[in-house]
Design a protein around this ligand. Structure first.
Ligand SMILES: [Zn+2]
Length: 312
């Protein structure tokens, strides 16, 4: 009877798998704080994308770790950058599989911030407009390498509109934008910075990520990104912000994604390792809750395991 009247059903099509490709390695490197998550070499990431597709998933979200970082994040928009190379290789093997690429500068900046910075004595500023110029360059180079959607994760003002305009004027009207519209400054990103090798070398990201106390501000940020041309809006992290997810889906009715982040993943893994929780049951309950709260797309490190165990 419960099966007959269940309102929320999960499918393999609900999930997107984040994949990390590193130019610095030849063999997969495990991430201590995220059991089961790896950095992959350029060669391996193609196999991982194929495995993801074969599991029934529709899409992956690709992050790059360059061999070198600098003050201008050159690697983010280089034609032979790590993401650009991985993209071309994946698209060659899996032409109809959706590849979404992360657009940010933090992995490519020597200081680890998401934008161009200026330091005045003890203070530092992230320069919004200079950063947007580099984000636009990065998004365009991803489009040229064959990305289906770019995912700007930086939270600078005006970047969605600028990226949309640049894509359109360069013949990439079909390239979509999934915007990290409501990205909160969160302790739950900790393990991700290990895997993406992007912890800020000074200061923190609170000047450009949102305060966890503010919900109305999140709705305003989402409204702006939609106005500027975002095709899909994202809320990040997931469970502590499930009210935001619900309000965004209800208010705007846009395709809405949620990112179940590294710290949320690590908590369940750690509890399961200690025998405090049944991992599989916990994961299914969380994913069902996120979908019930309005998520059309759930980005999760469990995506492949979930897809393998359910109908598509
Ligand atoms: Zn960033």
């Amino acid at each position: 009877m419960r099966n007959l009247v269940r309102e929320t059903k999960l499918s393999a099509h609900d999930f997107v798998l984040p994949l990390f490709v590193s130019e610095k390695i030849d063999k997969r490197r495990p991430i201590a704080s995220m059991p089961g998550v790896f950095q992959f070499s350029l060669k391996e990431v193609v196999d991982e994308a194929q495995k993801a597709r074969d599991s029934g998933l529709q899409a992956i979200l690709l992050f790059g770790i360059p061999a070198k970082k600098d003050e201008k994040a050159t690697g983010a928009y280089a034609e032979d950058g790590v993401v650009q190379k991985a993209l071309r290789a994946i698209k060659k093997k899996c032409p109809v599989f959706v590849v979404i690429t992360d657009v940010c500068l933090c992995e490519y900046m020597s200081h680890g911030h998401c934008g161009v910075t200026r330091v005045d004595g003890d203070h530092f500023h992230v320069l919004n407009d200079e950063t947007v110029d580099l984000l636009v360059k990065t998004a365009l180079s991803h489009a040229q390498a064959g990305t289906d959607m770019v995912a700007p994760s930086d939270m600078m003002d005006g970047r969605i509109g600028a990226i949309r305009e640049a894509l359109d004027t360069n013949g990439f009207e079909q390239t979509g934008i999934i915007s990290y519209a409501a990205k909160f400054a969160s302790v739950f990103y900790g393990p991700f910075r290990d895997v993406a090798e992007s912890p800020p070398q000074f200061g923190d990201r609170r000047s450009y990520q949102m305060d966890c106390a503010n919900a109305d501000e999140a709705l305003r940020e989402v409204a702006l990104d939609i106005e500027e041309g975002a095709d899909i809006v994202m809320v990040k992290p997931a469970l502590p912000y499930i009210d935001i997810l619900w309000r965004v889906r209800e208010r705007f009715g846009k395709p809405t994604a949620v990112y179940h982040v590294s710290g949320e993943y690590a908590m369940i893994k750690a509890a399961a390792e200690k025998g405090f929780l049944d991992e599989r049951a916990a994961v299914l309950e969380i994913m069902t809750s996120l979908k019930r709260a309005g998520a059309d797309i759930i980005i999760t490190y469990w995506a492949r395991e979930l897809a393998e165990s359910m109908p598509s």
